[in-house]
Design a binder for this molecule. Structure first.
Ligand code: 6PG
Length: 243
């Protein structure tokens, strides 16, 4: 699998580079079409990224925010992916609430997935079988190789038709609502920010093992629009990137 990736000395510089890159794409998109759509992941790594994005001087009031996945918790819960973004990006960047399209983790997962799907359909004015094309999708990578809430062995990894679904994830022993592979594949640009030695094997397998998204879900996101930003620790099992 050909992958565009860059290695940085530490997590902070990887986050800075990822923020600059994503902001550049958003800015170019805003110049071209006056608005941009940005889907965010959660977990812990994005905290570094969100803080740097907030200080990028772009017209955040023209950026529409969505989520790649969400946990089954209310928006003020410490586990909430929305809360992470709200604290470190949406509030500091003064994003208008009307630009925020969160997954309602406080609702039953199936209901939250259905409502999120309908909100995306409405926003993108999609026909029954159409999928949204996000301008930028920000993904992470779990130590087990999952991305979004698409875990190894999940039947959702085959779903190229639907927009979002609820899934019980065995690894975190938790329901999740997640965007599905068809939407991740349709993205104009995808950035992965992955840091830490605990991710090195998942990174190596994603990049170097034969294409098998059932085992390595992040292999779904491939192609020229995908760029990985790694710190030295996460890239520890890779040879130097092609110059
Ligand atoms: C989530 C994320 C998930 C995340 C990876 C990595 O809800 O947990 O969306 O896909 O990107 O689990 O998480 P860390 O950044 O915490 O390692």
């Amino acid at each position: 699998m050909s992958v565009r990736w860059q290695r940085y000395a530490d997590a902070e510089s990887a986050a800075e580079a990822c923020a600059q890159y994503a902001a550049g794409i958003l800015e170019a998109t805003l110049s071209r079409q006056g608005r941009a759509t940005f889907a965010l992941s959660g977990g812990s790594t994005p905290k570094l990224l969100f803080g740097r994005l907030a200080s990028c001087g772009i017209r955040w009031d023209r950026v529409q925010f969505f989520w790649v996945d969400e946990r089954p918790v209310p928006p003020d819960d410490p586990q909430s992916n929305y809360r992470l973004a709200r604290e470190h990006l949406l509030l500091p960047a003064r994003v208008p609430p009307r630009n925020v399209h969160r997954i309602e983790g406080e609702r039953p997962p199936d209901e939250a997935a259905q409502r999120y799907t309908e909100e995306i359909r409405d926003f993108f004015r999609l026909g029954p079988a159409e999928l949204p094309r996000f301008d930028v999708v920000q993904c992470g990578l779990g130590a087990d190789g999952h991305t979004a809430s698409l875990f190894p062995g999940s039947p959702l990894l085959e779903d190229r038709d639907r927009i979002a679904a609820a899934v019980y994830a065995e690894a975190p022993r938790q329901w999740r609502v997640t965007l599905l592979p068809g939407v991740l594949l349709a993205a104009s640009h995808t950035v992965f920010l992955v840091t830490g030695e605990d991710k090195a094997r998942a990174v190596r397998n994603t990049f170097r093992e034969p294409y098998n998204p059932q085992r390595y879900p992040a292999q779904i996101a491939s192609g020229d629009g995908v760029v990985w930003f790694l710190d030295r620790a996460a890239a520890g099992m890779l040879e130097a990137p092609a110059e």
